[in-house]
Write a protein that binds this ligand. Structure first.
Ligand SMILES: [Zn+2]
Length: 355
């Protein structure tokens, strides 16, 4: 916890100072690699209401997305698809530094707010979809939980025969309750996360169907997006479970069935995969080995890092750069990640992030 606070402080104060002194350019030669895969989630206009921090960090405004694109166009970056990242890794990159855009989960705002901008600037992008969202069987629990906490002064529920109560009157209590309930829902290896999440929401009057309809892409939108050669649809499992909680058979089912389902809907091959919850806490060697057997061209984690030629041997665990408007409110701060300064410090001077 203490380590995390120090890291946060470094990001908040030290890195912006580096940007102003231009000292960060010293890292560029050794740590920027061939380019970066950028990770987005939601693209939505700024809302004037309280938010839970963990969720609001996943959102970028359309204005920010456009500024980011213009910034890197001016920096002479090449915008390429994941197919081309794969190709450059296989054949060697003799060209400019690249950026590849990826969007996780399959939010409806990707269609409404991101797609027009991506089209305007011809930015190839991959949208990873968890299939039970367009099936309307599931809504992201982190969105549902945020709503519950913002609307209630306390949450009382039973989980696996234990009673829990969380106060959520003040904003601080809501943030704390979010972290604790998240931990409860994600904890315990070997237990069925689906039933745990279902049990939790059964205490509240929540209709996942309605929420999914409001928040997530429909199959019609996914099919329309997939017809544009700029947009590639990738797999992100059926239910968005953390893979370390599943058996090998369950992982294969979650991954391969979602791939098959998307392929049958869009009539195109699905060649790219992103781990739902791709941090060190949720996916490691065991999960990477299983995903390697699934035969995707690339699979991306949420590890922080750039892409280097050696990643050709680690296509099942490519790191990304998380685009966070709350953290990097000035788009120029993103240079510190794509230039390699932040990944170098975070990864203790290691360039190729595989574990
Ligand atoms: Zn996800």
């Amino acid at each position: 916890m203490y380590k995390k606070t120090i890291k946060k402080k470094i990001i908040k104060f030290f890195f912006p100072a580096l940007l102003h002194t231009q000292a960060h350019l010293l890292f560029k030669f050794a740590y920027s690699g061939m380019g970066s895969i950028l990770m987005f989630h939601r693209i939505c206009p700024e809302e004037n209401r309280p938010r839970i921090q963990g969720n609001s960090g996943l959102e970028v405004t359309p204005e920010y997305l456009e500024k980011l694109i213009q910034f890197f166009i001016n920096k002479n970056y090449e915008f390429i698809s994941l197919d081309d990242v794969h190709k450059q890794l296989r054949e060697g990159n003799t060209r400019k530094k690249f950026l590849a855009f990826t969007f996780d989960d399959g939010y409806a705002d990707n269609y409404e707010h991101a797609y027009p901008i991506l089209k305007k600037y011809s930015i190839p992008s991959t949208i990873y979809v968890s299939t039970n969202y367009p099936e309307r069987k599931l809504a992201p629990w982190w969105c549902t939980l945020e709503r519950l906490l913002l609307e209630n002064d306390s949450l009382k529920f039973d989980l696996e025969k234990k009673s829990h109560e969380f106060q959520s009157r003040t904003f601080q209590e809501k943030e704390e309750a979010f972290r604790n309930i998240r931990h409860l829902l994600m904890a315990a290896r070997g237990e069925d996360p689906a039933s745990r999440i279902k049990e939790f929401f059964s205490f509240f009057n929540i209709n996942p169907e309605h929420l999914a309809e409001e928040l997530m892409l429909s199959w019609e939108q996914i099919i329309e997006l997939s017809k544009d050669p700029l947009i590639d649809i990738g797999a992100h499992t059926i239910n968005h479970f953390p893979l370390n909680k599943l058996s090998k058979e369950e992982i294969k089912h979650e991954v391969l069935e979602s791939q098959k389902q998307i392929e049958s809907k869009i009539q195109r091959k699905v060649s790219h995969f992103s781990y739902p919850f791709g941090s060190k806490d949720e996916v490691n060697e065991r999960e990477f080995a299983i995903i390697k057997e699934c035969g995707f061209k690339t699979s991306t984690t949420t590890r922080w890092g750039n892409i280097f030629p050696d990643h050709v041997n680690h296509l099942e665990c490519l790191p990304r750069i998380h685009v966070n408007e709350k953290r990097d409110s000035d788009v120029r701060l993103l240079s510190l990640s794509v230039n390699g300064t932040i990944p170098c410090v975070m990864n203790k001077f290691k360039r190729v992030i595989t574990t």
